[in-house]
Design a protein around this ligand. Structure first.
Ligand code: SF4
Length: 284
C-alpha cells in the first residue's frame, strides 16, 4: 500500500509540470489531466526513483507539491532559487528572451464571450399564485421550476410579435393548456412588464416579461411538471435566481402601475425604467 510508485497531481503540480515542459495546454481543462499530466507525473516519479534508487515516492510527490506551493507559485515564481531551474524549459525561454515572464505559463484559455439568448417569459397570475413549469431534466437549469417561457431567434421583435410568439408557443404547450384548462384558442390580454438580464457562465439571457391575470381556472389541474405557486412556495421550491428576478420585475411593474406611473410614461421610457429595475446580473 505505502511506498507505491504512484504520482500525485494537484493544482500546484499541474503548474510545475506545465512550466517544466513549457506545455501550452490549458491545465484547467480536465481532459488533459488524464491524458497528459497524470502520465507525465507518473513518468517523472518513476524516473526519479529509478535514478536515485531510493523508493520514497511519497516524499517525491510531497516535494513536487511544495515546489509548486512555495517556489513555483502562480504569480511570482522564485526561479533563481528553484532547485529544478536547470531542467525548466520555461525558465530557459525566459532567459533566451522568448517570453517575458515564466508566469505566462501555464497558458490560460481565453474565455468565450457568453452567448446571447432572448427569451419571452410569461407570468400567469391566478389569485397570487403563479403558473410554474418544470424545465427539462437535462441542460441549463435542468429540472428546476420557471415561468412558461419561449426562446426567440430574433432579439428585435416588437411587443405585438412577442405576444404572437406566446400564443403560438407557450399557449400551445400541453402543460400550460392543462393548467389553464384551455380547450380551444385562448385570448389573453398580456401586459409587458419590462425586461431582465441574467448572466450564466456561458450564456447571457435577456428575458422579456409579460403577465396576465387569469380569472377562471381549476388550480388542481396540475401534474408533477406543472404547479401554481405563491412567491413563498417558489422560494421553498428553490427556484433559480433568474426566476426570482423575473418575479421581482413583475412585482415592481405592478407597483408602478399601482402608483399610476406606468401609464404616464411613453413606451421607450417605460422600457428604460424597467431595465433599470432589473439591471443586476449574476453568475449561476
Ligand atoms: S525554474 Fe521557475 S518556472 Fe521553472 S519550475 Fe522553477 S520556479 Fe517554476
Amino acid at each position: 500500500m505505502f511506498n507505491r510508485v504512484e504520482p500525485l497531481v494537484d493544482g500546484n503540480v499541474l503548474r510545475v509540470l506545465a512550466r517544466l515542459q513549457a506545455c501550452n495546454l490549458d491545465i484547467a481543462d480536465q481532459k488533459h489531466h488524464k491524458t497528459v499530466f497524470w502520465p507525465q507525473a507518473a513518468q517523472l516519479v518513476k524516473q526519479t526513483l529509478d535514478d536515485s534508487g531510493d523508493l520514497r515516492p511519497g516524499d517525491f510527490n510531497q516535494s513536487l507539491m511544495e515546489l509548486g506551493a512555495l517556489v513555483c507559485t502562480p504569480k511570482s515564481a522564485k526561479c533563481t532559487t528553484c532547485p529544478v531551474k536547470d531542467l525548466c524549459n520555461v525558465y530557459k525561454m525566459k532567459k533566451d528572451g522568448e517570453i517575458e515572464t515564466v508566469e505566462q505559463f501555464p497558458v490560460k484559455k481565453k474565455k468565450n464571450a457568453p452567448q446571447d439568448e432572448t427569451v419571452i417569459t410569461c407570468i400567469f397570475n391566478y389569485q397570487e399564485k403563479y403558473l410554474c413549469v418544470k424545465r427539462p431534466e437535462t441542460g441549463l437549469l435542468a429540472g428546476l421550476w420557471e415561468f412558461p417561457s419561449v426562446m426567440i431567434e430574433d432579439p428585435k421583435l416588437k411587443q405585438k410579435e412577442m405576444i404572437e410568439k406566446i400564443n403560438e408557443n407557450t399557449l400551445k404547450s400541453e402543460q400550460v393548456k392543462k393548467a389553464l384548462k384551455l380547450d380551444g384558442e385562448a385570448k389573453f390580454a398580456f401586459t409587458y412588464c419590462g425586461q431582465v438580464t441574467h448572466v450564466f457562465t456561458h450564456i447571457k439571457q435577456l428575458l422579456h416579461v409579460f403577465c396576465v391575470t387569469v380569472k377562471e381556472i381549476d388550480p388542481t389541474m396540475v401534474d408533477d411538471k406543472t404547479k401554481w405557486m405563491s412567491s413563498a412556495d417558489m422560494n421553498q421550491a428553490g427556484v433559480p435566481t433568474l426566476v426570482k428576478k423575473v418575479l421581482k420585475q413583475y412585482q415592481n411593474h405592478n407597483k408602478l402601475v399601482g402608483k399610476g406611473v406606468q401609464k404616464k410614461l411613453p413606451l421607450k421610457r417605460k422600457r428604460e425604467e424597467s431595465e433599470d429595475e432589473a439591471e443586476d446580473t449574476d453568475e449561476e
